[in-house]
Design a protein around this ligand. Structure first.
Ligand SMILES: [Fe+2]
Ligand SMILES: [Fe+2]
Length: 217
C-alpha cells in the first residue's frame, strides 16, 4: 500500500521539504531552550519580535517565517559552553567572558553550510547578533553595512528582551525605558530603521511580552 506520508507531485515534494526543514529547526529550538533555562521564554519572544520587524519592513511571508524560527536558536552555541560558566552567579572573569563570547562562533559552526533555509539564516544570526554598528561588538568587531541585516534585527530584539526580562540580580526594565535605550543608541549600536520600526510598534511588542511572560511558565 502506498505510504500517504510521501507526496509525489512537484508542489507536494516542495511542501514536504519545507515541513522537514521546519521539523529540524523545531528540534533545535527545543535543545536551545534547555540552555536558556534562566531566561524563560527569551528565545520565543525574540522570534516574535524579529518577525514583527520583518513584517514591517516588507519581507515576504516566507522570510518572516524563516526569521521567526531562526531567531529562536540565536544562542544555540551555548550548548558548547560549560554550565559552570554559563550559569555562574556573579561576574565573569575576562577569561570566562571570552569563552561565553564563543557561543556565536559555536552556533555558526553547527548551522553553517546547510541547505535548510532556517539553518542558513540562523547561522548568520548566531554569528552576528552581538555585533554592533560602531564596531564595538563581538566576535569580529564588524561595523555598519558589514553586519548582515538579520544580525542587526536580532541585536535590537535580543537586547530589548534581555532588558525587559528579570535578570538574576535585577528587576526587568519597563518597556518605555528599554525603548529609550534603543533610541539613544540608534546609529551607534543599532541600525536606526530597525529601532524605528520596533519602537513604533510597542503596543504589539507589549502584547507579545505579556502573552509570553516568564510567569506563565
Ligand atoms: Fe547571544
Ligand atoms: Fe539572546
Amino acid at each position: 500500500m502506498e505510504d500517504s506520508r510521501y507526496i509525489k507531485t512537484g508542489a507536494g515534494m516542495e511542501q514536504k521539504l519545507i515541513l522537514s526543514e521546519r521539523e529540524a529547526v523545531l528540534v533545535l529550538e527545543r535543545i536551545s531552550k534547555i540552555k536558556d533555562a534562566s531566561m524563560g521564554n527569551h528565545s520565543l519572544r525574540t522570534g516574535h519580535y524579529a518577525r514583527l520587524i520583518a513584517e514591517n519592513i516588507g519581507m515576504s511571508e516566507e522570510e518572516q517565517d524563516i526569521i521567526f524560527h531562526a531567531a529562536q536558536i540565536h544562542d544555540i552555541g551555548n550548548v558548547a559552553i560549560s554550565d559552570k560558566i554559563l550559569f555562574k552567579p556573579g561576574k565573569l572573569t575576562d577569561e570566562e567572558f571570552k569563552i561565553v563570547m564563543g557561543h556565536t562562533i559555536e552556533g555558526h559552526r553547527f548551522l553553517k553550510d546547510r541547505e535548510n533555509r532556517y539553518f542558513k539564516a540562523a547561522s548568520i544570526i548566531a554569528l552576528t547578533h552581538h555585533e554592533r554598528l560602531d564596531g564595538s561588538g563581538y566576535p569580529s568587531g564588524l561595523s555598519g553595512d558589514d553586519i548582515p541585516m538579520w544580525g542587526k534585527i536580532m541585536a535590537v530584539v535580543d537586547v530589548f528582551d534581555a532588558l525587559t526580562s528579570k535578570g538574576p540580580y535585577r528587576e526587568p526594565w519597563n518597556i518605555a525605558d528599554a525603548a529609550a535605550l534603543l533610541i539613544k543608541n540608534k546609529g551607534v549600536l543599532f541600525e536606526p530603521r530597525f529601532v524605528d520600526i520596533f519602537t513604533l510598534k510597542l503596543d504589539r511588542v507589549n502584547e507579545i511580552r505579556i502573552g509570553l511572560s516568564d510567569s506563565q511558565l
